[in-house]
Design a protein around this ligand. Structure first.
Ligand code: GLU
Length: 303
């Protein structure tokens, strides 16, 4: 097998050599003008050594990938009590589905669809100001990445807020079912801001190291939670495209509508890919392709 840096260079060339880039997430106006024809990959090994190719130092909106970090914080704070408010099953529905939340009486299927992440955000917000909660989330991510230069893009947060009618609908419905502790505006304000955190592929790969599950790393969360987070990423990390991603890639991973994907190779590595054009499930099109090719070439799979 060629050395990993050569594999990544080849992957970057392959992704740029043609084919459909997909469409950027236009429902958040601030993301709508991003050029879809961009690609980055970063692989951080358990010892922290990082290899990259493409636009690996370009910051992008990590969006739903922050849901992994907010879930880690919420579980650390509330433990298994959290599962009273949100489930652990794949949704098989769009990430922002309203109909499923109504059918299931306000208990979201899992913490990675929007309704579920609004609940975990609400859980960590309880008893705190939004500013403190956002500082805690940023601090967790910066500690995980070993990098303080990670910030919120306030223009993206404002853009999502001004067009966030679906998320407002979900939050108000949760409130009507008694599954929101804070005012919908307060919880959503916090949610939009953590979704608007920006990282480069290099920073994102570094931030995923805490999920690799190897004794070599400083622990940010309990070891048994690392496995649980990985299990949820595998089963629910790509919305209604989770089964297809598990089939094609075979690794726990979480996507965001900014075009990023964070994937974990347990015991070995954390991988970040970014390409802003999305497929019909709202997952990065080239990012998914690249992850499938990398997993195949490296023979990386949990199966
Ligand atoms: N902030 C986005 C939303 O709530 C996150 C969705 C995503 O990244 O999949 O719609």
């Amino acid at each position: 097998m060629p050395p990993l840096p050569d594999i990544l260079t080849q992957l970057n060339d392959d992704m740029r050599s043609g084919g459909d880039w997909g469409d950027v997430a236009s429902y958040i106006p601030e993301l709508a003008h991003i050029d879809p024809a961009q690609f980055a990959i970063a692989v951080t090994m358990a010892d922290g050594e990082t290899f990259t190719a493409g636009d690996a130092d370009t910051p992008f909106s990590v969006q739903s990938i922050t849901k992994v970090f907010t879930l880690a914080i919420a579980l650390g704070r509330s433990g298994d009590q959290l599962w009273r408010r949100v489930g652990r099953e794949p949704s098989g529905r769009a990430f922002n589905s309203i109909v499923q939340l109504e059918q299931e009486e306000g208990r979201p299927r899992n913490p990675f669809i929007n309704a579920g992440a609004i609940v975990t955000t609400d859980e960590i917000l309880t008893g705190r100001a939004p500013r403190e909660t956002l500082a805690e989330i940023l601090q967790f991510i910066r500690a995980a990445a070993g990098d303080d230069d990670i910030h919120i893009n306030h223009a993206v947060a404002a853009s999502e807020k001004s067009h966030g009618h679906r998320n407002f609908a979900l939050a108000h419905f949760l409130a009507s079912c008694g599954n929101l502790n804070n005012a919908p505006e307060k919880t959503l304000g916090t949610y939009f801001h953590h979704c608007a955190i920006e990282m480069s592929a290099r920073q994102l790969a570094m931030s995923g190291r805490f999920l690799i599950d190897t004794p070599k790393l400083p622990r940010l969360i309990l070891p048994q939670r690392i496995r649980r987070l990985n299990a949820l990423m595998l089963t629910c990390g790509h919305y209604d495209g989770s089964g297809d991603f598990a089939y094609r890639v075979g690794l726990p991973a979480k996507s965001g509508v900014g075009g990023g994907i964070l994937a974990i190779v347990p015991g070995i590595a954390s991988v970040a890919v970014w390409s802003p054009g999305l497929n019909r499930y709202g997952n990065s099109r080239k990012g998914t392709e690249a992850m499938a090719q990398l997993a195949r070439t490296m023979n990386w799979s949990v199966f």
